[in-house]
Design a protein around this ligand. Sequence first.
Ligand SMILES: Cc1ncc(COP(=O)(O)O)c(C=O)c1O
Length: 364
Amino acid sequence: MFDMAGDDAIQFGLGEPDFQPPQLAIEAFNQAMRDGRNKYTTTAGHPELRSKIATLWHHLSPDLDESNVCITMSGTNGLLDIFLALVNPGDNVLIPEPYFPLYPPDVRICGGEPNLYPCRFENGFVPMIQDLEERLDENTVAILYNFPSNPTGGNVNVKQRDELVEFAKANDLWIITDEVYDRIVYDGPHVSFLGAGYDKVIMVQSFSKTFAMTGWRIGYLLSPDSEAMAQLTKMQYYVTACSNDAMQHAVLQALKEAPDYPESMCAEFKARRDLICERLNAIPGVTCHIPTGAFYVFPKVEVPGMTSEEIAMALLEGGVLCSPGTAFGSAGEGHLRFAYTISREDISRGMDRVESVLSELRSD
Ligand SMILES: Cc1ncc(COP(=O)(O)O)c(C=O)c1O
């Protein structure tokens, strides 16, 4: 669909911020290379950066230090490390559906089976414990939670989070918590799975979304469990040996000198969220929740007789690129995903087109 999009198509397809990283990080990156920071680092990454990251989580888990952090070359890299460390052939991992498309193949690469659990529209895309219990079996080793979620924008409150932690604890499962959108949250503080009374937790993190560094490829893994960290770091060694030297210096600078950068970007995302949700909910046949995190909306879009892929193709012909819900698993049928990573002006123009294409389709 990306290839088919015309030059004037309005792009709601890509899950990456339309911002640049903080200027001082770009300068620090350049400077670090000039200073000769062009070498391998230790596998887990520069101690100062790891230590800084650990302190960012002290409000939830005060005992964390650099040994609880392993720098990775992105969240994507971190996810693979986790599944390599946790999954043996025959194991299964509870994975949310709709899902970030790498989860199921990653589990399979490691010889395991993705065990999909539903996150339904009618429940605000938060799983029901009963659905988890029905899917659990003796080969289930872990459950992955992703809040705020890609693709749904769904999020948990403290009570829901506590119930999900309790489920994992009662069944002795590892919690893999993908919190790469933790600082893109709108109507309250981020609710993390860290520091929630259960330490069999591995967090996937990334600077892609929060510092607009998608192309830099840098993130980290964090766990209060030191044995888990040792195994994850071993996998990181096998997968990429270490992360990028100069870039680690640049990210450290960003964390020190531009600590509020994510929040300033987030203010703009919030205005866009309000705009796109208002426009979508005003279109006949379209219903969307107001997401409280990430930069996606995942509305229900009903056009009798058409699949979400057919609707997305019709929108593409009308000059709008968005993703069919089924790109995120079959439970995404009946939905489209719009990433609001474009200007408010483009969102408005795009919504005009969506409105007119859907009105034509529904009148056919
Ligand atoms: C939920 C989720 N997890 C992980 C990632 C991976 O991000 P990256 O590999 O850029 O760090 C993404 C990227 O879209 C995502 O949406």
